[in-house]
Design a protein around this ligand. Structure first.
Ligand code: GLN
Length: 313
Protein backbone atom coordinates (compact mmCIF):
# COMPACT_ATOMS: atom_id res chain seq x y z
CA UNK A 1 0.00 0.00 0.00
CA UNK A 2 1.11 3.55 -0.61
CA UNK A 3 1.52 5.48 2.60
CA UNK A 4 -0.57 8.63 2.99
CA UNK A 5 1.71 11.54 2.06
CA UNK A 6 1.94 13.02 5.60
CA UNK A 7 3.23 9.73 6.96
CA UNK A 8 5.77 9.49 4.15
CA UNK A 9 6.87 13.09 4.74
CA UNK A 10 7.29 12.45 8.44
CA UNK A 11 9.30 9.25 7.91
CA UNK A 12 11.66 10.92 5.42
CA UNK A 13 12.16 13.97 7.60
CA UNK A 14 12.76 12.05 10.82
CA UNK A 15 15.21 9.62 9.23
CA UNK A 16 17.13 12.47 7.56
CA UNK A 17 17.22 14.49 10.80
CA UNK A 18 18.68 11.52 12.65
CA UNK A 19 21.25 10.56 10.03
CA UNK A 20 22.50 14.03 9.08
CA UNK A 21 24.13 14.44 12.46
CA UNK A 22 25.78 11.02 12.59
CA UNK A 23 29.55 10.94 12.42
CA UNK A 24 30.11 7.25 11.50
CA UNK A 25 30.05 8.07 7.82
CA UNK A 26 32.70 5.91 6.18
CA UNK A 27 35.29 7.20 3.70
CA UNK A 28 34.67 9.34 0.62
CA UNK A 29 36.00 7.68 -2.58
CA UNK A 30 39.38 9.11 -3.49
CA UNK A 31 40.60 6.78 -6.26
CA UNK A 32 38.85 9.16 -8.66
CA UNK A 33 40.60 12.34 -7.45
CA UNK A 34 37.74 14.69 -8.34
CA UNK A 35 35.31 12.73 -6.13
CA UNK A 36 37.53 13.32 -3.07
CA UNK A 37 36.55 17.00 -3.19
CA UNK A 38 32.94 16.35 -2.17
CA UNK A 39 31.63 17.53 1.22
CA UNK A 40 31.46 14.37 3.37
CA UNK A 41 28.71 15.84 5.56
CA UNK A 42 26.20 16.10 2.70
CA UNK A 43 23.04 14.05 3.11
CA UNK A 44 19.83 13.80 1.10
CA UNK A 45 16.82 11.49 0.99
CA UNK A 46 14.01 11.73 -1.56
CA UNK A 47 11.03 9.41 -2.08
CA UNK A 48 8.67 9.65 -5.04
CA UNK A 49 5.71 7.34 -4.59
CA UNK A 50 3.62 5.91 -7.41
CA UNK A 51 0.83 8.40 -6.65
CA UNK A 52 3.30 11.18 -7.48
CA UNK A 53 3.90 12.39 -3.91
CA UNK A 54 7.43 13.63 -3.34
CA UNK A 55 8.99 13.62 0.12
CA UNK A 56 12.44 15.25 0.30
CA UNK A 57 14.88 16.07 3.08
CA UNK A 58 18.45 17.33 3.38
CA UNK A 59 20.52 18.38 0.36
CA UNK A 60 17.89 17.08 -2.05
CA UNK A 61 18.77 19.62 -4.76
CA UNK A 62 22.56 19.35 -4.63
CA UNK A 63 24.21 17.69 -7.63
CA UNK A 64 26.45 14.67 -7.06
CA UNK A 65 28.20 12.13 -9.27
CA UNK A 66 25.84 9.19 -9.86
CA UNK A 67 28.74 6.90 -10.89
CA UNK A 68 27.58 3.26 -10.99
CA UNK A 69 23.91 4.15 -10.59
CA UNK A 70 24.15 5.05 -14.30
CA UNK A 71 24.59 1.32 -14.95
CA UNK A 72 20.86 0.81 -14.31
CA UNK A 73 20.04 3.23 -17.12
CA UNK A 74 22.63 1.82 -19.54
CA UNK A 75 21.41 -1.73 -18.82
CA UNK A 76 17.85 -0.62 -19.63
CA UNK A 77 19.02 0.94 -22.91
CA UNK A 78 21.15 -2.04 -23.94
CA UNK A 79 18.34 -4.54 -23.31
CA UNK A 80 16.09 -2.30 -25.38
CA UNK A 81 18.65 -2.32 -28.19
CA UNK A 82 19.60 -6.01 -28.40
CA UNK A 83 17.05 -7.79 -26.16
CA UNK A 84 18.09 -11.14 -24.74
CA UNK A 85 21.20 -11.26 -26.93
CA UNK A 86 22.75 -9.07 -24.24
CA UNK A 87 23.16 -12.19 -22.09
CA UNK A 88 25.68 -13.62 -24.54
CA UNK A 89 28.03 -10.84 -23.43
CA UNK A 90 27.33 -10.59 -19.71
CA UNK A 91 25.97 -12.89 -16.99
CA UNK A 92 23.28 -12.45 -14.35
CA UNK A 93 24.89 -13.85 -11.23
CA UNK A 94 26.14 -11.98 -8.17
CA UNK A 95 29.92 -11.81 -8.20
CA UNK A 96 30.70 -11.80 -4.49
CA UNK A 97 33.72 -9.70 -5.54
CA UNK A 98 34.57 -6.00 -5.42
CA UNK A 99 33.18 -3.80 -8.21
CA UNK A 100 36.52 -3.45 -9.98
CA UNK A 101 37.71 -7.07 -9.59
CA UNK A 102 39.36 -8.80 -12.56
CA UNK A 103 39.70 -12.24 -10.99
CA UNK A 104 36.61 -13.97 -12.39
CA UNK A 105 37.16 -12.75 -15.93
CA UNK A 106 39.92 -15.24 -16.65
CA UNK A 107 38.00 -18.25 -15.36
CA UNK A 108 34.87 -17.16 -17.21
CA UNK A 109 36.55 -16.44 -20.54
CA UNK A 110 36.05 -12.70 -20.51
CA UNK A 111 32.28 -12.80 -19.80
CA UNK A 112 31.60 -10.60 -16.76
CA UNK A 113 29.38 -12.02 -14.03
CA UNK A 114 26.72 -9.31 -14.15
CA UNK A 115 25.95 -5.89 -15.70
CA UNK A 116 26.69 -3.93 -12.51
CA UNK A 117 30.30 -4.82 -11.74
CA UNK A 118 32.62 -2.56 -13.73
CA UNK A 119 33.55 -5.24 -16.30
CA UNK A 120 29.86 -5.98 -16.96
CA UNK A 121 28.94 -2.33 -17.22
CA UNK A 122 31.79 -1.71 -19.66
CA UNK A 123 30.50 -4.60 -21.82
CA UNK A 124 26.97 -3.11 -21.66
CA UNK A 125 28.35 0.31 -22.69
CA UNK A 126 30.08 -1.37 -25.64
CA UNK A 127 26.70 -2.80 -26.77
CA UNK A 128 25.17 0.69 -26.72
CA UNK A 129 28.18 2.11 -28.58
CA UNK A 130 28.18 -0.40 -31.46
CA UNK A 131 27.04 1.26 -34.70
CA UNK A 132 27.52 4.76 -33.26
CA UNK A 133 30.20 7.31 -32.60
CA UNK A 134 31.06 7.73 -28.89
CA UNK A 135 29.48 11.20 -28.88
CA UNK A 136 26.19 9.83 -30.26
CA UNK A 137 26.11 6.95 -27.78
CA UNK A 138 26.71 9.33 -24.90
CA UNK A 139 24.01 11.66 -26.25
CA UNK A 140 21.57 8.75 -26.33
CA UNK A 141 22.35 7.82 -22.71
CA UNK A 142 22.00 11.41 -21.52
CA UNK A 143 18.73 11.94 -23.42
CA UNK A 144 17.34 8.76 -21.88
CA UNK A 145 18.21 9.86 -18.33
CA UNK A 146 16.70 13.32 -18.98
CA UNK A 147 13.54 11.69 -20.32
CA UNK A 148 13.25 9.36 -17.30
CA UNK A 149 13.70 12.23 -14.85
CA UNK A 150 11.61 14.66 -16.90
CA UNK A 151 14.45 17.14 -16.63
CA UNK A 152 16.43 18.49 -19.55
CA UNK A 153 19.01 20.20 -17.32
CA UNK A 154 20.79 16.95 -16.38
CA UNK A 155 24.40 16.98 -17.62
CA UNK A 156 27.77 15.29 -17.39
CA UNK A 157 30.39 16.63 -14.98
CA UNK A 158 33.33 16.86 -17.37
CA UNK A 159 35.88 17.33 -14.58
CA UNK A 160 34.83 14.02 -12.98
CA UNK A 161 34.93 12.21 -16.34
CA UNK A 162 38.40 13.60 -17.10
CA UNK A 163 39.61 12.72 -13.61
CA UNK A 164 38.55 9.10 -14.06
CA UNK A 165 39.89 8.96 -17.61
CA UNK A 166 43.31 9.93 -16.25
CA UNK A 167 43.31 7.40 -13.43
CA UNK A 168 41.06 4.54 -14.60
CA UNK A 169 43.85 2.02 -15.10
CA UNK A 170 41.90 -0.89 -13.66
CA UNK A 171 38.93 -0.25 -15.90
CA UNK A 172 41.34 -0.08 -18.84
CA UNK A 173 42.73 -3.44 -17.76
CA UNK A 174 39.23 -4.94 -17.55
CA UNK A 175 38.28 -3.58 -20.97
CA UNK A 176 41.48 -4.77 -22.65
CA UNK A 177 41.12 -8.17 -21.05
CA UNK A 178 37.57 -8.54 -22.34
CA UNK A 179 38.67 -7.27 -25.76
CA UNK A 180 41.15 -10.17 -25.95
CA UNK A 181 38.16 -12.56 -25.68
CA UNK A 182 36.15 -10.64 -28.28
CA UNK A 183 33.61 -9.46 -25.69
CA UNK A 184 34.31 -5.79 -26.54
CA UNK A 185 33.55 -4.89 -30.18
CA UNK A 186 34.65 -1.27 -30.34
CA UNK A 187 38.06 0.35 -29.80
CA UNK A 188 38.71 0.03 -26.07
CA UNK A 189 39.38 3.76 -25.65
CA UNK A 190 36.01 4.61 -27.22
CA UNK A 191 34.09 2.21 -24.97
CA UNK A 192 35.94 3.44 -21.89
CA UNK A 193 35.37 7.07 -22.86
CA UNK A 194 31.60 6.54 -23.01
CA UNK A 195 31.69 4.53 -19.77
CA UNK A 196 33.64 7.18 -17.82
CA UNK A 197 31.35 9.91 -19.09
CA UNK A 198 28.07 8.17 -18.23
CA UNK A 199 29.43 7.42 -14.74
CA UNK A 200 30.12 11.16 -14.46
CA UNK A 201 26.48 12.21 -14.97
CA UNK A 202 25.63 14.63 -12.16
CA UNK A 203 22.17 14.50 -10.62
CA UNK A 204 20.36 15.57 -7.49
CA UNK A 205 18.56 13.08 -5.28
CA UNK A 206 15.28 14.57 -6.46
CA UNK A 207 16.19 14.00 -10.11
CA UNK A 208 17.42 10.49 -9.38
CA UNK A 209 14.26 9.46 -7.54
CA UNK A 210 12.23 10.80 -10.48
CA UNK A 211 14.40 8.85 -12.95
CA UNK A 212 13.78 5.59 -11.06
CA UNK A 213 9.98 5.81 -11.25
CA UNK A 214 9.70 3.44 -14.21
CA UNK A 215 11.19 0.66 -12.09
CA UNK A 216 8.67 1.25 -9.31
CA UNK A 217 5.83 1.56 -11.82
CA UNK A 218 6.18 -1.72 -13.73
CA UNK A 219 8.06 -0.15 -16.64
CA UNK A 220 5.96 2.93 -17.33
CA UNK A 221 6.59 6.63 -16.89
CA UNK A 222 3.88 7.96 -14.55
CA UNK A 223 3.94 11.50 -15.94
CA UNK A 224 3.27 10.52 -19.52
CA UNK A 225 1.72 7.09 -18.91
CA UNK A 226 4.02 5.90 -21.69
CA UNK A 227 5.86 2.61 -21.44
CA UNK A 228 9.63 2.91 -20.94
CA UNK A 229 10.24 -0.83 -20.86
CA UNK A 230 7.98 -3.87 -20.81
CA UNK A 231 6.85 -4.74 -17.23
CA UNK A 232 8.73 -8.03 -17.48
CA UNK A 233 11.97 -6.12 -18.16
CA UNK A 234 11.41 -3.74 -15.25
CA UNK A 235 10.90 -6.78 -13.02
CA UNK A 236 14.13 -8.34 -14.23
CA UNK A 237 16.17 -5.16 -13.85
CA UNK A 238 14.86 -4.97 -10.28
CA UNK A 239 15.93 -8.60 -9.75
CA UNK A 240 19.46 -7.79 -10.91
CA UNK A 241 19.57 -4.70 -8.70
CA UNK A 242 18.58 -6.82 -5.71
CA UNK A 243 21.12 -9.58 -6.36
CA UNK A 244 24.04 -7.56 -7.82
CA UNK A 245 23.42 -3.84 -7.19
CA UNK A 246 25.78 -3.53 -4.22
CA UNK A 247 28.61 -5.84 -5.42
CA UNK A 248 29.95 -7.97 -2.57
CA UNK A 249 27.58 -6.10 -0.24
CA UNK A 250 24.45 -7.19 -2.16
CA UNK A 251 23.47 -9.97 0.24
CA UNK A 252 23.82 -7.66 3.20
CA UNK A 253 21.73 -4.96 1.47
CA UNK A 254 18.95 -7.48 0.67
CA UNK A 255 19.07 -8.73 4.26
CA UNK A 256 18.92 -5.29 5.83
CA UNK A 257 16.84 -3.27 3.36
CA UNK A 258 14.96 -5.86 1.30
CA UNK A 259 14.65 -3.69 -1.81
CA UNK A 260 16.29 -3.66 -5.25
CA UNK A 261 18.99 -1.01 -5.14
CA UNK A 262 22.00 0.31 -7.02
CA UNK A 263 24.85 2.16 -5.39
CA UNK A 264 27.57 4.40 -6.81
CA UNK A 265 30.92 5.46 -5.38
CA UNK A 266 29.69 9.06 -5.39
CA UNK A 267 27.67 7.94 -2.34
CA UNK A 268 24.26 7.71 -4.00
CA UNK A 269 21.86 4.78 -3.92
CA UNK A 270 18.75 4.39 -6.05
CA UNK A 271 16.30 1.94 -4.47
CA UNK A 272 12.96 0.67 -5.71
CA UNK A 273 9.91 -0.41 -3.74
CA UNK A 274 8.03 -2.10 -6.60
CA UNK A 275 4.50 -0.76 -6.98
CA UNK A 276 5.16 1.76 -4.19
CA UNK A 277 8.04 4.19 -4.68
CA UNK A 278 11.37 5.19 -6.15
CA UNK A 279 13.88 6.28 -3.51
CA UNK A 280 17.19 8.14 -3.82
CA UNK A 281 19.62 8.70 -0.98
CA UNK A 282 23.02 10.38 -0.92
CA UNK A 283 25.77 10.43 1.68
CA UNK A 284 29.31 10.40 0.25
CA UNK A 285 31.03 8.26 2.89
CA UNK A 286 31.41 4.63 1.77
CA UNK A 287 31.82 1.26 3.46
CA UNK A 288 34.50 -1.26 2.49
CA UNK A 289 32.42 -2.51 -0.48
CA UNK A 290 32.09 1.02 -1.91
CA UNK A 291 28.45 1.49 -0.86
CA UNK A 292 27.17 4.59 0.96
CA UNK A 293 27.29 3.81 4.65
CA UNK A 294 24.58 6.16 5.88
CA UNK A 295 22.62 5.67 2.66
CA UNK A 296 22.17 2.01 3.48
CA UNK A 297 21.16 2.81 7.05
CA UNK A 298 18.60 5.38 5.84
CA UNK A 299 17.07 2.84 3.44
CA UNK A 300 17.02 0.16 6.12
CA UNK A 301 15.13 2.49 8.44
CA UNK A 302 12.74 3.68 5.72
CA UNK A 303 11.86 0.22 4.47
CA UNK A 304 11.35 -1.07 8.00
CA UNK A 305 9.24 1.88 9.06
CA UNK A 306 6.97 1.79 6.00
CA UNK A 307 6.87 -2.02 5.69
CA UNK A 308 8.30 -1.82 2.16
CA UNK A 309 10.70 -4.78 2.13
CA UNK A 310 9.78 -7.08 -0.75
CA UNK A 311 10.21 -9.98 1.68
CA UNK A 312 7.41 -8.82 4.00
CA UNK A 313 7.11 -6.41 6.87
N1 GLN B 1 33.18 4.98 -12.47
C1 GLN B 1 33.43 4.13 -11.33
C2 GLN B 1 34.45 3.07 -11.69
O1 GLN B 1 34.42 2.58 -12.77
C3 GLN B 1 32.13 3.49 -10.90
C4 GLN B 1 32.30 2.56 -9.71
C5 GLN B 1 31.14 2.58 -8.77
O2 GLN B 1 30.40 3.54 -8.68
N2 GLN B 1 31.02 1.54 -7.98
O3 GLN B 1 35.26 2.70 -10.88
Amino acid sequence: MNQPAPELDRAVKEIADELRVRTDRGEVASYIPELAKVDPSAFALVVVDTAGNVAAAGDADTLFSIQSISKVFTLTLAIGKVGNRLWQRVGREPSGSPFNSIIQLEFEKGIPRNPFINAGAIAVTDVILSGHQPREALGEILRFVRFLADDSSIAIDKAVAASEQRTGFRNAALANYMKSFGVIENPVEHTLGVYFHHCAIAMTCRQLAMAGRYLAQFGSNPTTGLSVVHPERARRINALMLTCGHYDGSGEFAYRVGLPGKSGVGGGILAVAPGKASIAVWSPGLDASGNSRLGQIALEQLSKRLGWSIFGA
